[in-house]
Design a binder for this molecule. Structure first.
Ligand code: ACO
Ligand code: ZN
Length: 177
C-alpha cells in the first residue's frame, strides 16, 4: 500500500550533492532510528506513539539526516499549534519545535542548521506567524544555534523540565514572504 505521504518522502536531498550527509523526510520505517538518536542525545524521551502522531500530522517538517551507511544521525520534528488570538475569534498558528538532536560525533558540521532551515521553510505552508521552542537554560550549544538563526529569548518557563530545570522560551517571527 502506497499513500501520497509515503511517495513524497524521498523528494529532496541536501542542496550540495557532494555532501557526505543526506537529508530527507522521515518515514514510519525510520522511527526506530530517530528514537535511538533521541535516547542517546537528549534526556527528554517520548513514547513511540508520540513520534508516530507527529509524523502522521506534520510529515513535511519531520526530517532526518543519514550518513553514507544510511544510518540516521540526526532528526528534527515540529508541530503546529493553534492558539486563540486575543482580539478576535480567529486562531493563530505557531510552529513549535518539538525536538532536534545530532549524534555527538557529527556535531558542528551544520547538520542542525540545515535541518532547521529546511523544516522552517516547509512549515510555512501552515500559515504560522511564529516559530517557538523551549530549551534548557544550561544548553549553551543549542541556545547559540537558535540565536544564530535569529531566535530571541522571550521569557523563562520555571521548572519546565521534570528535573526542575528552567527553560528559555525562544521565538522568531515569520517573515511575510
Ligand atoms: N559551542 C558553541 N556554539 C555552538 C556549538 C558549540 N559546541 N555547537 C553549535 N553551536 C552554534 C554555533 O553558532 C554554530 O555555528 P558555527 O559552527 O558557524 O559557529 C551553530 O550553532 C550551528 O551549529 P550546527 O553545526 O548546525 O549544529 P549541530 O549540527 O552541531 O547541532 C545541536 C546542534 C542540535 C544543539 C547538537 O549540539 C545536539 O544534538 N545537542 C544535543 C541535543 C540538544 O541539545 N538538542 C536541542 C534541545 S532543545 C529542543 O530540541 C527544542
Ligand atoms: Zn516545546
Amino acid at each position: 500500500m502506497t499513500t501520497n505521504k509515503e511517495t513524497e518522502t524521498n523528494t529532496f536531498s541536501t542542496s550540495n550533492s557532494d555532501s557526505e550527509f543526506f537529508m530527507r523526510r522521515c518515514s514510519i520505517e525510520d522511527l526506530d532510528g530517530v528514537v535511538e538518536v533521541n535516547e542517546r542525545e537528549l534526556p527528554e524521551d517520548y513514547p513511540y506513539f508520540f513520534y508516530k502522531s507527529i509524523l502522521d500530522n506534520f510529515p513535511e517538517t519531520f526530517l532526518i539526516t543519514l550518513d553514507q551507511n544510511n544510518t540516521i544521525i540526526a532528526y528534527i520534528m515540529w508541530r503546529v499549534e493553534k492558539t486563540p488570538s486575543i482580539d478576535s475569534l480567529k486562531y493563530l498558528n505557531k510552529g513549535h519545535l518539538v525536538s532536534i538532536a545530532v549524534f555527538e560525533k557529527y556535531r558542528r558540521r551544520n547538520i542542525a542548521t540545515k535541518l532547521l532551515m529546511e523544516s522552517m521553510s516547509a512549515i510555512k505552508k501552515y500559515k504560522i506567524l511564529q516559530y517557538v521552542l523551549e530549551v534548557r537554560v544550561s544548553n549553551y550549544t543549542a541556545i547559540k544555534l537558535y540565536e544564530k538563526l535569529n531566535f530571541r529569548i522571550e521569557s523563562i518557563k520555571k521548572k519546565y523540565y521534570r528535573d526542575g530545570e528552567n527553560a528559555y522560551f525562544m521565538v522568531l517571527n515569520v517573515k511575510n514572504n
